[in-house]
Design a protein around this ligand. Sequence first.
Ligand code: NAD
Length: 247
Amino acid sequence: RFDFGGRVAVITGAASGIGLQCARDFAAAGARVAVNDLDPAKVQAVAAEIGAMPLPGDVTDEAVVKALVARVAGEWGRIDYLVNCAGIADEMKPTLDQDIDRWQRVLDVSLRGSYLMARECGRAMTAARSGVIVNLSSIAGLVGLPGRNAYSAAKAGLAMMTRGLAAEWGGHGIRVNAIAPGYIDTPMVEGLLSRGRIGTEGILRRTPLGRFGQPAEISAAIQFLCSPAASYVTGVTLAVDGGYSAF
Ligand code: NAD
């Protein structure tokens, strides 16, 4: 188990799935946690459950991001970890049937949102000469999958932005890494399965470990990347995918 006592973690997309698990696990490891998501009631419920600071708001909105990051830095005086979990799936329709507004929104939440959060948290981190950022990329950013134009572009872009920020901020004492999850048992994946966009059998056949991953297995990898155990790790995108991207 990692000990994050005295540390401050900001987690976006924390009302569901991986972000929710991550928020619970950081709180259990002793960190003060600030939780962001879109729906204020859901954010409030998570905050109440784990004793976190509620930060409702849309990560694609620059003014909102500035205000919520300033609130954490102002009230707690530091930001040690940023975990960018906010993300939306594309519709996984055939390319010829895709909608450009949805395409843009997928890119905006993953790329613009993670960028804005990193830039604003990066102010406190560079001043403190310390901090760790973890972005949520995806196996869809590592291998080509049909119908996933916006999502794959967003997640591959996030992996590259991770490398760029790692290069820029390494000298400021900040490490920046990404996780590329495979198929994880969350409401996002449940939604795609129930709408028939993906199929359980095909996924299990294609995954060497032969099962879906659990949010706790992604959260554990995020904690590793934030911890001193990863003190010389920066700029990587770590696949946590049961081997999906290995071949
Ligand atoms: P999820 O849908 O369960 O949770 C994502 C959360 O992000 C939701 O609560 C949603 O409200 C929030 N969100 C969406 N847009 C937002 C915005 N503009 N501002 C603030 N919050 C917003 O999804 P998940 O499966 O937990 O995925 C978490 C991250 O991991 C995403 O970036 C996703 O793309 C990535 N990922 C997930 C899987 C998987 O298999 N579940 C695989 C690869 C990558």
